[in-house]
Design a protein around this ligand. Structure first.
Ligand code: DCP
Ligand code: CA
Ligand code: CA
Length: 345
């Protein structure tokens, strides 16, 4: 059966929630973030609406600069409790439309709809229904990407923002990726981009021409992931937050870190603990999941399912090592690492 995956991302999330709460803001440039203190404030813009973006404002920009660039902007503090509350309601709503659901962060998620939608036309109809429901119940807009896997769905969701739907069928994947910047691929930050640019590789189309051995030589294990990514290949399944029977641990670092050894040692330690518990309960596992939370609180996971049930620690350690590679490669610092064994028998 072909897979059909939706990626849903809410438009200018914090600022849009503020607009719903205070309708008088509609049509005006709105910034959510640190207090600008008349241009002397420290801290950054969390996000801003599309009117404010016309003035060159964006997430992560120092609030003092935003203040100077946009004198008539309305600056609001971050009301995290409110955004979490709205997000929780919305995700519950989206979940009902999925065979399988994965939360990707406060304002985004993946829906596997392969069983309920037998073709892309049906999936697009479903996406339209989801948008209408969101509009009606929460007065919010979102953008949706539809594709054969998580990688393509996520990139597609960013292509017609705000309030758009982008459908990429399997036969359109190659053409779709061709002209896009390598930066659009998961895990490619400014440093990897610089390495690739140095080899005269700017677009994903150009990346697809580089041999696997060259990529691995240049970037280590991440080269394998990139090689597949350039071809639009991504077999990773959606990971439900709560697996009926699962077992795992997570650990938050004292300080956000990029120290490879520290992360790998901590991961190895929690795997040992988890497998010990598994053995005590005389269970075996088929799925290994590694989860990471970055310094900006973006949380994501990767999983692999084995063909047969396993009981041993070695396989769990090896699989986890492969899975964590993409996260270690990311240029953000890591805040938390987690590990789960599931499909237990
Ligand atoms: N966020 C943040 N700091 C950042 C980036 C994002 O606090 N550097 C928060 C505020 C955003 C939310 O996370 O509203 C979601 O981030 P997105 O990257 O999805 O951006 P937006 O939803 O704000 O805008 P877009 O319409 O581009 O998706
Ligand atoms: Ca968003
Ligand atoms: Ca998002």
């Amino acid at each position: 059966m072909q897979r059909i995956i939706l990626h849903i991302d809410l438009d200018y999330f914090y600022a849009q929630v503020e607009e719903v709460l205070k309708p008088e803001l509609k049509g005006k440039p709105v910034v959510v973030g640190a207090d600008p203190k008349k241009g002397n404030g420290r801290g950054v813009v969390s996000t801003c609406n599309y009117e404010a973006r016309k003035h060159g404002l964006h997430s992560g920009m120092p609030i003092s600069i935003a203040y100077r660039k946009c004198l008539n902007c309305i600056f609001l503090p971050v009301n995290m409790d409110l955004y979490v509350e709205v997000s929780t309601r919305i995700m519950t709503l989206f979940k009902r439309h999925a065979d399988r659901f994965e939360l990707g962060g406060i304002d985004e998620c993946y829906l596997d709809v392969s069983e309920r939608c037998k073709n892309y036309k049906r999936a697009e109809e479903l996406a339209n229904r989801i948008k209408s429901e969101l509009k009606q119940k929460e007065k919010l807009t979102c953008s949706i990407g539809i594709g054969p896997n998580k990688l393509i769905a996520k990139i597609a969701a960013g292509k017609h923002k705000p309030d758009g739907i982008t459908v990429i069928k399997p036969e359109q994947v190659k053409e779709f990726l061709q002209k896009l910047s390598v930066r659009e691929l998961m895990g490619v930050g400014p440093k990897t981009e610089a390495v690739l640019n140095h080899m005269n590789v700017f677009t994903i189309g150009q990346l697809a021409k580089v041999s696997q051995s060259d990529l691995v030589g240049m970037l280590g294990k991440f080269g394998y992931i990139l090689y597949d990514g350039a071809r639009g290949i991504d077999e990773s399944p959606l990971i439900e937050e709560w697996e009926a029977k699962s077992m795992g641990r997570q650990a938050t670092f004292e300080k956000d870190t990029k120290d490879r050894k520290l992360v790998l040692d901590k991961l190895s330690e929690i795997i040992s603990d988890t497998v010990k518990q598994l053995n005590r309960e005389k269970l075996s596992y088929k799925t290994v999941t590694v989860k990471v939370r970055y310094e900006d609180f973006y949380t994501t996971s990767r999983a692999e399912s084995l063909k047969t049930p396993h009981k041993d620690e070695k396989t769990a350690q090896e699989k986890a090592c492969e899975l964590v590679e993409l996260f270690l490669h990311d240029e953000r610092k890591i805040r938390l690492i987690g590990f789960t064994l599931s499909k237990l028998q």
